[in-house]
Design a protein around this ligand. Structure first.
Ligand SMILES: [Zn+2]
Length: 183
């Protein structure tokens, strides 16, 4: 048996983890038109004292809701443009489901807004600027995405699970309700 010392394999130059692709599909010219409307809402909102975010909800080529960031004006940290647009669209359509709709937003939805669009059952989301543009402007979208990717035990905001007696009572009450409205 012969000992051989293999030449150390060349250490590949570390490749930085690529930023995931911004979207899962390419936008269309029609998308560009609605995005421009969302961007205009966002820019106008800055002039009116709001945050630099705007969104429009479109169903069958028609705007059914619009939103601008109203966090500071309305003293509402959840008044993000997409949330506002969802509320506006749902009020206009008299529904809590936006199935069949597309959300056009001036900037990549933050985790709150992405979850809100999922809850609203929106079909598709199209955005213009991204989380990195938002970060450069001082917003935490990118930081929150990074946080969600981390173990919760490392968060500066403790999230405490404490299963008190009756913790499952609301869910049992819901399941016992024969005429519950599913959403
Ligand atoms: Zn948001």
């Amino acid at each position: 048996m012969t000992d051989t010392i293999a030449a150390a394999p060349a250490v590949p130059t570390p490749v930085p983890t690529p930023v995931p692709p911004a979207g899962s599909e390419a936008g269309t010219e029609q998308d560009a038109r609605w995005l421009t409307a969302a961007v205009d809402l966002a820019t106008r909102n800055v002039a009116e004292g709001g945050g630099p975010f705007g969104a429009v909800v479109v169903v069958d080529g028609r705007v059914v809701g619009t939103g601008q960031n109203r966090v500071t004006r309305d003293l509402d940290p959840t008044a993000h443009a997409e949330v506002q647009a969802i509320r506006d669209a749902c009020r206009a359509l008299g529904t809590f489901s936006l199935a069949g709709a597309t959300m056009y937003t001036s900037c990549e939805p933050c985790p709150l807004c992405l979850a809100a669009t999922l809850w609203a059952r929106v079909d598709r989301v199209v955005f213009a600027a991204d989380r990195h543009d938002a970060a450069r402007a001082g917003f935490d979208d990118s930081a929150f995405y990074a946080l969600f990717a981390q173990d919760r035990a490392t968060w500066s905001m403790p999230v405490v699970a404490h299963r008190v007696d009756g913790a499952d009572a609301p869910m049992r009450a819901w399941l016992d309700l024969t005429e519950r409205v599913r959403y």
